[in-house]
Ligand binder design. Structure first.
Ligand SMILES: *[C@@H]1O[C@H](CO)[C@@H](O)[C@H](O)[C@H]1NC(C)=O
Ligand SMILES: *[C@@H]1O[C@H](CO)[C@@H](O)[C@H](O)[C@H]1NC(C)=O
Ligand SMILES: *[C@@H]1O[C@H](CO)[C@@H](O)[C@H](O)[C@H]1NC(C)=O
Ligand SMILES: *[C@@H]1O[C@H](CO)[C@@H](O)[C@H](O)[C@H]1NC(C)=O
Ligand SMILES: *[C@@H]1O[C@H](CO)[C@@H](O)[C@H](O)[C@H]1NC(C)=O
Ligand SMILES: *[C@@H]1O[C@H](CO)[C@@H](O)[C@H](O)[C@H]1NC(C)=O
Ligand SMILES: *[C@@H]1O[C@H](CO)[C@@H](O)[C@H](O)[C@H]1NC(C)=O
Length: 478
């Protein structure tokens, strides 16, 4: 009996210890300690820069920039500070366009969401881009009467209008310190029409053109890992659970398992070279090589077609011939009945008798020099059907048919859904896309910044020895 009591106490004490140590580690990584740690880090940097000035040295070059990427239900947004003083805004990360824009006061658009607005009058660094600026001409469709007005239409028939302006953007450097980039041209957007942006304040273009964020900060490469796990809820600590958008020299991808393919040019329609085009030679589904006509994914002789990677498109879009080939092979591989219930515009759906079943069917895109494998969980979306007659799941192919989307001549798109859990590097200097399958969790901002610049954690760990002492003393008295 006494023996049993002792064990109970030991277990109870261990539980208390574990609980406290968990509490400590949680608290130490976030909350007030983070503020304190960043204040310490800031002081240390100030000290370093004062010393550098005193000794006549210049400060070390910026090692690139880092901004948190947040996964929302249908999009990935990047958190960036804009204006002076900086305020944070969420821009949809779009590698399929160049223009950066945010909703701006006065605003006339369908504002179904209560996200903050950019107020030019609240910032001391806001100024219009003059008509004579090459950035204004780079818009392609600007009208310049008073200042540089733009109108940008996205595929999917939504658009934005406003004036191109200069502003200071604030991101972090790799040590986590705030770094400001002055004179970034962005669209102060007064009108947004159509559906396409429900969860962001604007769009951050990362295309290959002059107006994109990457071009404007004078860097040639960036990388990201789009997480499969939602982290946009207010219950999450954004800094801890977001993955980094790495810009400039911070973006590196080396080692075993990294594959690369060339980014190619559209020589017929060079205006479309904001897109990251690459070559796709074929697709394998499971172990079946799809019967798709040769050249289906090539840029056509009139400049249409081709295959691009785009973080701003949710589901992968395939030309009709390729889409039907995928669907017909899936019919036989899955052996499930097709359902004519279509969800979220996904036209190929199956009635599945299982509750939680995502088929382990890989799809391999054979790119020039690389095989890009999309695992089953990133090829399907499941919808649970309940009710007296409908029990089970609706399993839909997470891809769109270009013909059904009633678009013609546009490129095929590797969408963000199929990019999840890949670390992808876009290198404009080398004209190369590199990627490797990665559990994006391993790249969370917190672990990334801490591994780059270890900040001493002085949380409540001093309690641990005390607890241990208490535990030993208590065990001895039993
Ligand atoms: C807002 O836009 C609508 C059309 O989209 C237009 O009818 C209306 O006049 C605009 N309001 C202002 C204040 O510009
Ligand atoms: C250019 O802007 C005008 C309105 O300002 C618009 O009607 C036209 O469709 C735009 N063209 C393109 C290619 O975006
Ligand atoms: C693509 O176009 C860019 C800009 O015009 C040029 O610098 C580059 O060499 C071209 N790449 C290839 C592979 O032709
Ligand atoms: C493909 O896989 C199926 C089972 O998954 C198997 O029966 C078939 O033999 C395989 N075909 C080839 C060509 O390997
Ligand atoms: C398909 O939809 C029609 C109505 O739109 C319905 O009558 C029919 O039963 C459905 N078929 C299946 C297999 O669910
Ligand atoms: C799918 O691909 C993953 C990653 O390459 C691999 O681990 C897995 O075995 C593949 N599944 C099938 C059924 O081939
Ligand atoms: C280019 O040709 C294709 C057919 O090969 C056609 O569908 C498309 O509309 C054409 N695009 C342009 C811009 O002419």
């Amino acid at each position: 009996m006494a023996h049993k009591n002792a064990i109970t106490l030991v277990v109870a004490n261990l539980t208390i210890c574990c609980f406290f140590s968990l509490l400590c580690s949680e608290e130490a990584r976030g909350g007030p300690h983070l503020e304190r740690n960043s204040a310490i880090a800031r002081l240390k940097r100030m000290e370093a820069s004062i010393k550098a000035v005193q000794s006549g040295r210049t400060e070390t070059q910026l090692g690139g920039a880092v901004a948190p990427l947040i996964r929302l239900p249908t999009t990935h947004v990047v958190n960036i500070g804009i204006g002076t003083p900086p305020r944070n805004f969420r821009g949809k990360v779009d590698t399929g366009s160049d223009l950066i824009w945010f909703q701006c006061d006065p605003f006339n658009g369908s504002r179904r969401y209560t996200l903050p607005m950019f107020y030019p009058e609240d910032s001391s660094t806001y100024r219009p881009v003059p008509c004579s600026s090459s950035l204004c001409s780079a818009l392609g469709n600007s009208t310049c009467a008073l200042d540089c007005q733009y109108s940008h239409i996205y595929s999917g028939s939504w658009s934005t209008q406003g004036e191109l302006s200069f502003e200071t953007f604030t991101m972090a450097d790799t040590s986590g310190a705030a770094h400001s980039f002055g004179g970034i041209a962005f669209g102060c957007s007064h009108i947004v029409q159509g559906d396409g942006l429900e969860e962001a304040n604007g769009v951050v273009g990362l295309g290959r053109g002059q107006l994109s964020l990457i071009s404007q900060i004078g860097e040639s490469k960036f990388s990201y890992c789009l997480s499969f796990e939602y982290n946009g809820s207010p219950f999450h600590d954004i800094d801890r659970f977001s993955t980094p958008l790495l810009l400039g020299s911070a973006a590196e991808l080396n080692g075993i398992g990294v594959q690369s393919t060339m980014v190619i040019n559209n020589t017929v329609l060079p205006k479309l070279n904001s897109y990251y085009y690459f070559s796709v030679e074929g697709i394998t589904l499971g172990n079946v090589s799809l019967n798709i006509p040769r050249g289906t994914f090539d840029i056509q002789s009139n400049g249409s077609g081709g295959f691009i990677i785009d973080s701003g498109t949710h589901y992968t879009v395939l030309p009709h011939a390729a889409f039907t080939a995928v669907a017909s092979v899936l019919d036989s591989v899955l052996g499930l009945p097709r359902s004519n219930d279509s969800k979220a515009g996904l036209s190929v759906c199956y009635s599945s008798p299982y509750y939680d079943y995502i088929p382990d069917v890989n799809m391999t895109f054979h790119m020039l020099g690389a095989d890009y494998i999309v695992e089953g969980k990133h090829n399907f979306v499941q919808y649970t059907e309940s009710g007296p007659t409908k029990i089970g799941n609706l399993l839909c192919l997470a891809m769109l048919d270009m013909d059904e989307a009633s678009v013609a001549g546009v490129p095929a798109v590797l969408g963000s859904f199929q990019q999840q859990d890949y670390h992808i590097l876009y290198d404009n200097a080398k004209q190369r896309l590199s990627f490797t399958p990665t559990r994006c969790r391993s790249l969370y901002m917190s672990s990334y910044l801490q591994s780059k610049a270890p900040i001493p954690i002085l949380g409540c760990h001093f309690l641990l020895p005390l607890l241990l002492l208490y535990f030993v003393a208590f065990s001895l008295t039993v």
